[in-house]
Design a protein around this ligand. Structure first.
Ligand code: ZN
Length: 260
């Protein structure tokens, strides 16, 4: 009968959404708090009760970098998970520490960019596609990392100006200013060029233009020789950290693995 809800009915008013687990924090003895980028509600904090107990039916889905469908109920100010079903586990990341740590870096950047109560389909697609590429090992790690970094900078509102040198108009200058987010020639000076500049070869510049403009589905569909890929990586990483004015501990950890 409309308008007549018993207390039991109110208690079982569930919310269902799909989302990617960006971070997990152990809580109390057996619980875990999950930071999730959900498809419908943007960034959310979900509580997985009893997830660290041996027979928990939530434990397979409620782990870092899993994309799942979550059924939620509100309890004591928390969104509590009552059911969880995995949609994509990215198995290729689970037994490879290097890939897992790079995926964790992607997740930390997404956590910084995403907002509560603000669904962001482009952001969710970007990280799901990036994790999938890493997991399948279908594209070089450095290519996925560089493309992710520059594309997410654009989504966050820091799209660089790659038209040409703002002073002389040269269409293919050999420096990129990561502080100003624009190209510059080696010898062109002026106030506009304060800040940190880094070398960019023609190949790197072409890749940057591609990453900024290509359709989302084609983001990783380019190739670069190893040397240019190194250069591109250095530029996109410095650009992201400079524009966001911060570092990422997950990035530091990933890079420490590469040195070993
Ligand atoms: Zn110039």
């Amino acid at each position: 009968m409309p308008g007549k809800f018993s207390p039991a009915t109110i208690k079982t008013m569930y919310l269902k959404t799909e989302g990617l687990i960006l971070r997990q924090t152990d809580y109390k003895d057996r619980d875990r708090l999950l930071t999730v980028l959900s498809r419908d509600y943007g960034k959310m904090t979900l509580k997985a009760r009893g997830v660290r107990a041996k027979n928990s039916k939530l434990s397979s889905t409620c782990q870092l970098l899993t994309y799942g469908e979550f059924t939620l109920t509100d309890y004591q100010g928390y969104h509590v998970i009552t059911e969880a079903e995995p949609k994509q586990m990215f198995y290729g990341l689970r037994n490879n520490l290097e890939l897992l740590s790079l995926g964790s870096y992607f997740a930390q950047v997404v956590e910084v960019v995403s907002q509560e109560d603000s669904p962001d389909p482009a952001l969710l697609s970007l990280i799901l596609n990036a994790l999938y590429a890493l997991s399948q090992q279908s594209r070089p790690q450095k290519l996925v990392k560089a493309a992710f970094e520059l594309r997410i900078a654009c989504l966050a509102g820091y799209e660089p100006n790659l038209m040409g040198c703002p002073v002389c108009g040269d269409p293919s200058p050999n420096r990129f200013n990561v502080s100003k987010g624009c190209l510059q020639c080696k010898d062109c000076g002026g106030e506009v060029f304060d800040g940190i500049r880094m070398p960019v070869s023609l190949g790197t510049l072409a890749a940057m233009r591609y990453i900024v403009d290509c359709p989302a589905k084609r983001l990783f569909a380019f190739t670069l020789p190893e040397a240019a890929l190194e250069e591109l990586n250095a530029v996109t990483e410095a650009y992201l950290c400079t524009q966001f004015e911060r570092g990422f501990y997950t990035l530091d950890f990933y890079k420490s693995l590469l040195l070993q």
